[in-house]
Write a protein that binds this ligand. Sequence first.
Ligand SMILES: Nc1ncnc2c1ncn2[C@@H]1O[C@H](COP(=O)(O)OS(=O)(=O)O)[C@@H](OP(=O)(O)O)[C@H]1O
Length: 579
Amino acid sequence: MANAPHGNVLKDLHARDAPLREQLLAESEQLVDLRLTERQLCDLELIMNGGFSPLEGFMGQKDYESVVETLRLAGGALFPMPITLDVSQEQVDSLKLAEGTRVTLRDSRDESPLAILTISSIYKPNKSNEAEKVFGADDSAHPAVHYIHNSVKDFYVGGNVQAIHAPEHYDYVELRYTPRELRAYFDKLSWRRVVAFQTRNPMHRAHRELTVRAARQQRANVLVHPVVGLTKPGDVDHFTRVRVYEAIIRTYPKGMAALALLPLAMRMGGPREAVWHAIIRKNFGATHFIVGRDHAGPGKNSQGKDFYGPYDAQELVTKYKDELAIEMVPFQMMSYIPDQDTYMPVDEIPKGTVTADISGTELRRRLKTGAPIPDWFSYEAVVKVLRESYPAKAQQGFTILLTGYVNSGANAIAKALESQFQQQAGRSVSLLLGDTIRSELSAELGFAPEERHKNLQRLAFVAAELSRAGAAVIATPIAPYAHSRKAAKSHIVQNGGAGGGNFFLVHVATPLEHCEKTDRRGVYARARAGQIKGFTGIDDKYETPDDADLVVDLSKQTVLEATHAIILCLETAGLIGMA
Ligand SMILES: Nc1ncnc2c1ncn2[C@@H]1O[C@H](COP(=O)(O)OS(=O)(=O)O)[C@@H](OP(=O)(O)O)[C@H]1O
């Protein structure tokens, strides 16, 4: 038998409401709608499948206030995290939300109806108090506090929900288990004691060792139960992590461990979150739960200090251990002992023993540079997954934006670079010449300032997509305005690669006189004659970049010299090896 759910009854609303489903579906079409945010969707999924038992809906005012102040629902059951549905004043007014109103909760991704909420209370929360009491400080350096003040709307609507359909998932469907499914799985395998491991990070050998050790100590099986809903901003994306978990699960002793994904929206609420996690794991049938050092910690506050003490979470879980009825297994920090080729809990290692560790920062450095990641630290299959998602610099895409006057020679340099990159192989090369972009993407645009701006942003969009896919992108718009170049750079840096796109601004600073003198097509002559209006350098400005990564000038350098300077710049950045 799996562990009893919190409150002894699994609130599987899908099972409960199945007989009413057709009726609810028909009614949902007649009601006003709320489209749920990502966090609300995660919460609703766990309310409906019983992961948040004993909740049957979003918290009304009494439960909310009681949870915030005492970690208990108004009826007395332990529940440390407010689960609320926020709406704006405008929504309250336009949808005429009031006590008793029935509202369809829809998936904002595809509009599908998921549940009907019967509003039992509408109230205005004291957000600062919520931040102080639940997260320990009204400090926006805490991601959940930041969320409260920046994303949460002004009113909460509470009430029970009736389930129509679980939010649809299209990724890793086979690894997503509801509490009912996981309980059935444990029963099928006769797993009586299950130690659940919560994680939002890739797992390596130390994690595998500590979970195996916990399982052996407790004579239990292991449930690797990672969060794939919302985690801390900046975390490794869940697609990559799940591939890592799939690789690591194969390294456990046969029959010891299972992997199931949890669609939880974490709050990074430290001690309260640890108690909440324990309740959730209990609802999923686990009998034991590993609570980490600084469990669900949000990092540093605005004064640079940790929000919570390293053992606060373990202490709070211990405080409520009788009511929780899921046994806490304290997470043991493991270190590698090279002499014995083994891992041991840090507190059991004799003084003076040589140990080895690789920090998160060091791991990221090794991924970035392609430096080896030793077998004692991780598994080849895990490292392979991480290297695919976080390719070393030498495998990453990049964008070189060559800006300068018409006939500055930027196109000649771009074509020479293209040949050199083709010669190097390893990346696909994309040449986005100014006139190609104009004819293929911006045919309807002219040369007014806002049109030039738009043209460059379109180019940046394409460049970022290509860079992210690993291409070498060489672009040659005039790009005369500083603010447009900055916007383009920022888009490419943000979207052009997993750890930030690689972007280089090269100013082809060939002087205007030279560009004009060597112009064999006569464009400058036509501009001077007034046949082309608003021509860059003649009657429209070119703002000289003060942020170029490199300046070249074809009145003083040959194309090959300029190209070579660019290649050296890329080599310094680790993006290409020299031939
Ligand atoms: N008013 C005006 N000002 C500047 N350039 C003009 C203008 N009108 C047309 N052209 C021709 O358009 C080409 C430059 O377009 P770009 O997209 O690179 O310019 S911008 O970045 O949007 O400013 C470039 O063409 P190519 O030299 O064939 O690349 C210019 O000759």
